[in-house]
Design a protein around this ligand. Sequence first.
Ligand code: SAH
Length: 378
Amino acid sequence: MAVNLLDYDAAGMLALMAEFGEKPFRGKQLLKWVHQHGESDFAAMTDIAKTFREKLHAGACVKAPAMLAEQVASDGTHKWLLDVGVGNGVETVFIPEDDRGTLCISSQVGCALECTFCSTARQGFNRNLSTGEIIGQLWWANRRLSNETARIGEVTNADSRIVSNVVLMGMGEPLANYDNVVRALRLMLDDNAYGLSRRRVTLSTSGLVPAMDRLRDDCPVALAVSLHASNDRIRDEIVPINRKYPIKELLAACNRYLDKAPRDFVTFEYIMLEGVNDQPEHARELLDIARQVSCKFNLIPFNPFPNSGYNRSSRDAILRFRDVLADGGNVVTVRKTRGDDIDAACGQLAGQVKDKTRRVARLSESQQVVFHKRGHES
Ligand code: SAH
């Protein structure tokens, strides 16, 4: 079977060149062609010897997931559903802003963690994405967006990178797919590939403590942590991985991470759920957390999805909450909801997940119960 060059970071490429009986520098050339020029046709790689190109043609390919659907929101946010085989699809979102373009990429087909407010969790878990499927989202987005802007005459150079920032905040828990995610991160940072600075690549985790420690040593990038609760009682409930790694251990891991992180703070993501975690007393509990870790807060208004069972906190409640944090000397932002008219906002990415875990069966059973009750009532 042909090897997919998108699966190889610099070290992997070196080993692959040895297998092909080629000099190490060919690996760098290939990385540049594939990732910087977005080239998938070996015939076009003109500075590579013809005999090697023929070998590549016979034994390798450059294959990103194919696009199944594209939606563009009224605010310019793009959402792509990408085909990852046998009926499975993952979603990738591009968020254009004045001074940057952020790509939000997925790391798994579905998710095995059971955060109660997240629509990806409802889909259940199918499998980890390969390195090629993760980096393929960036490869594909750059290609697609440069074609688009070239068409409307904004960019003449087909090489110009449109995506300036990457966030691993799409479907899945990136640290639960550690090896493939780290290889993809290395490609994002590699000067022969995307050359993004560590500060412009953010990994978001629900708090897998041992993997946070590994990442710190292997490939530290900017870190966001889905905190979402100010105490263990609430977090145990809505982010169940907290029962394994409670807040105290999570904060200690954040501090260890900061020793080597490219930024001197962790971003705590905090979803605003009406009547669950949005009261001033919760904000005051967060002040105590903020004294223990150098951090910024990003408040995320809950994005609804069918049968979620939650409501978004009111604008007033969010602003009151923000003020308590800010008055306590913290940097707080309220995440703008982007692309919600195409269900591209945080927690709305559902993709297509086949062969899910039993959780989905359980859920649909319980939804059916609700259904019956309603049917009965009406
Ligand atoms: N598993 C990782 C990466 C996913 S990031 C993590 O948990 O961090 C997606 C972000 O959106 C997380 O902060 C997640 O908690 C948040 N989110 C999930 N569901 C949401 C919803 N319905 N509304 C708003 N944000 C949500």
